[in-house]
Design a protein around this ligand. Sequence first.
Ligand SMILES: [Zn+2]
Length: 342
Amino acid sequence: MHVRTVLGRIAPENLGITLGHEHLLIDLRGLWENPPPERAYLTDQEPTLENLGELIRNPYDSKLNLLIDDPELTITELLSYQKVGGQALIDMTTVGIKPDPQGLQAIAQATGIHIVAGCGYYRQPLLPESLHERSKEEIADDLLRWLSEGMYGTTIRAGLMGELGTSSPIYPFEERQLRAAARVQQKTGASINVHPLIWGHEHLHILDILEEEGADLSRVAISHCDELVEPAWHARIAERGAVLSFDTFGSETYFDRSFAQEPRDTDRIECVIRLLEKGYGAQLMLAHDICTRTQFHRYGGWGWDHLLRNIVPRLRHAGVSQEELDTIFIETPRRLLTLQGD
Ligand SMILES: [Zn+2]
């Protein structure tokens, strides 16, 4: 048994405290949308103290805010996580948002943090059209190769599949990828992590597709569940045996053009407590899903130490025990990342 990091195998018991969904290097500029005239000036601006307020409300208005491509900066930011006890994380950057296995390797070497890389394709709208018609078999071959030989032309192997992108409604390519992943899971035992569209309610539909194709739902995690403050809906996902990834802690952004806003961490904590009360504590992972510069300390954000430094004390104050915290931060990620064979 082992966990496969970007630097090779480690014993599962050495993984330690793990963030379930992060992006160390990412190019999310495919999600940039032309801002309204009054915010057009933000398009090519780097985040600064002057525009921070505006970018916290509308993070996707600045292209440079959506690009994290400086390994040195990432290393500096990660040291804050390590300083508060962080030991490991899962990088979920898949094809479409510019995965960089060699960059991850360099960051792991420089920090000593265990980095496990996911593999796969992100949402169809961010993929070149030439990929849209890929068959289930071809996608399965891709996933299997990335897990068993190496990702994207390197010999650096993925440790799981994800985040696999889905939209609402789910595009045909996205459904084929889910089915392919279920097949590859049966061959390799690798776990699956799915990105659902944030405010869509496709979670159960996604689980239906995976289950129909033979996936073991106890080795499936659904990302971004904490973007919905809906405990009853969370319980319906948990009932199916899947892991809920509450991975947007620290993200309390507004989206002015659609009059939408993300939940607050206090809402997320409330939802964690409700799942614990219902006995689903072993089906939860937490993370920050950092994917914009304004989330970094360098640019005024709360950084990768936010959960351990700010949220864990609040969870304790709400009555969460050390044992429950260990399950969330150590045991569940370790279970999902543990592989048999080679
Ligand atoms: Zn995602």
